[in-house]
Design a protein around this ligand. Structure first.
Ligand SMILES: Cc1ncc(COP(=O)(O)O)c(C=O)c1O
Length: 366
């Protein structure tokens, strides 16, 4: 990104030399993203991140197909970047079906297909959940939806899946796919929406003709360069990265079970169906936010529920969808492992959580 910031300051739509350099960097970044996703460069729309990609996919597809039908489908544990635009469409006259999930967070493929009707224009199901790590059977789901109604547009939010599972859209069988750079060590404010050729999409952000009329606004060259590189690395290092985090994650879960009672794992128990870096754990009787504050003092950065809604007093809608009651949901901490984490840190945080929960339980026995 440094050369792009230092020398790629020209407007990629300009005709002067500096603009041409910026355009070349932008084109190269788009080509690299397309190469990683095994799609064509024209199928990559650069955005400001996962939220914008989700909004563009959902509103853009629904509005483009509104003459064909008004029925749209999603599922209960989606990120709010999907749920809120869906709910907005429902307020504007679309008919919204929100599929439930089972106790581990999975959508039932048969139930999803039964919900698809002749007038269903859009189905949006995330590839992997940000709070509980559940990896949906998306390829199977997309195939079944298309068999039921081949004109239904299938979107997936693959923001959390990049670097952990196969995100090639053709292999998944999706028409639209959202990505963001900052979950894979790229810059914040950089994302992409994969748009399969000939998928109807109305632009949401209006103005200039950038991104082949699909997203107006001067492109952020350095951000695109960062996204392209982050995606390349996430894909080429996928096996090594997932092996590292899953080994640490499994060790952390073993340690926690030894240190803390009672304790409860939320989300998939089958590690193969869960993001390798994700643990979501409830410590009944202890406030999750209090654990986070103490962990911060001990030097550990963790979050409860969704990082985006930290500070909210509402229990996580994801945990609620799994059937957790509000008290248990509030006693939950999400622990994500990264490439720089070590086994020594896993032992330290397990000990730290053991001591914190013992202390907090003694203070407020429930
Ligand atoms: C599953 C999922 N979708 C969408 C987003 C939003 O992405 P961004 O923060 O890049 O807008 C996030 C998290 O940030 C996420 O975890």
């Amino acid at each position: 990104m440094i050369p792009a910031l230092e020398r790629g300051w020209g407007n990629p739509s300009g005709i002067y030399r500096e603009a041409q350099y910026a355009r070349a960097l932008l084109d190269q970044a788009r080509d690299e993203i397309a190469e990683t996703l095994e799609c064509s460069a024209g199928e990559v729309v650069l955005t400001s991140g996962g939220t914008e990609s989700d909004n563009l996919a959902i509103r853009g597809a629904a509005l483009a197909r509104r003459e064909a039908g008004r029925h749209i489908i999603t599922q209960a544990t989606e990120h709010h970047a999907v749920l809120h635009p869906m709910e907005q469409l429902a307020r504007e006259g679309f008919e919204l079906t929100v599929l439930p999930v089972d106790a581990e967070g999975f959508v039932d493929v048969d139930a999803a297909v039964s919900a698809v009707r002749d007038d269903t224009i859009l189905v949006s199901i995330m590839l992997a959940n940000n709070e509980i790590g559940a990896i949906q059977p998306l390829a199977e789901l997309a195939r079944a939806v298309k068999e039921r109604n081949r004109r239904t547009i299938v979107h997936t939010d693959a923001v959390q899946a990049a670097g952990a599972v196969d995100i090639r859209p053709a292999a998944l069988g999706v028409d639209l796919m959202s990505l963001t750079a900052h979950k894979i060590y790229g810059p914040k404010g950089a994302g992409a929406l994969y748009v399969k050729r000939r998928t109807p999409l109305e632009p949401i952000q209006l103005g200039g003709g950038q991104e082949e009329e699909r997203r107006a606004g001067t492109e952020s060259v350095a951000q695109a360069v960062g996204l392209a590189r982050a995606l390349q690395l996430a894909e080429s290092e996928r096996t090594a990265r997932t092996a590292h985090t899953s080994q640490l994650r499994n060790g952390l879960w073993r340690e926690l079970q030894e240190q803390v009672h009672p304790i409860r794992l939320n989300g998939p128990a089958d590690w193969a169906r869960r993001l390798p870096n994700n643990l979501n754990v409830s410590f009944p009787g202890v406030e999750g936010e209090s654990i986070l504050l103490q962990l911060d003092l001990d030097g550990f950065a963790a979050s409860s529920g969704s990082a985006c809604s930290t500070g909210s007093t509402e229990p996580s809608h994801v945990l609620t969808a799994l059937g957790l009651d509000s008290d248990v949901a509030h006693s939950t901490v999400r622990l994500s492992l990264g490439q720089s984490n070590t086994e020594a840190e896993v032992e330290q945080i397990a000990r730290s959580i053991g001591a914190i929960t013992t202390r907090l339980r003694a203070l407020s026995p429930v």
